[in-house]
Unconditional design. Sequence first.
Length: 140
Amino acid sequence: MSTRREARKCSLQMLYAVDNCSTPIEDIYNSFDEYFPKGEAYRIFAVDLFKGVCNRKEEIDFLIKQYAKNWELERMTVVDRNIIRLAAYEIMATPDTPISVIIDEAVEIAKRYSTRDSSKFVNGILDKLKIIRTQKNLRE
């Protein structure tokens, strides 16, 4: 398994704790620093993803709400909601990572950690969110 997928999984765990347990972001980060293996290649990427989603959560949620027709963000499972947030952030903030890779990774994580139909749901929303990068490229 790639170190980037490991990083995405770690970020998802941290986001889950913030979202589901109402744990302060700093406490989650400190727990990550204490319990996850030191010196692992994925640590920097995992922290960047986690902090990026937390820092841009309102913007990300606004975009998800635009493209998740007939779905309230609060009705999505916690895991699905945070997988989508993570991937949306990556689409917005990591232009060097191909969108297809970001979506494939999110779908694979959904298959492993969420419900039976989650991978289709996540794929559908992210497929619509691809336009974020396209619009950004047009503005530049």
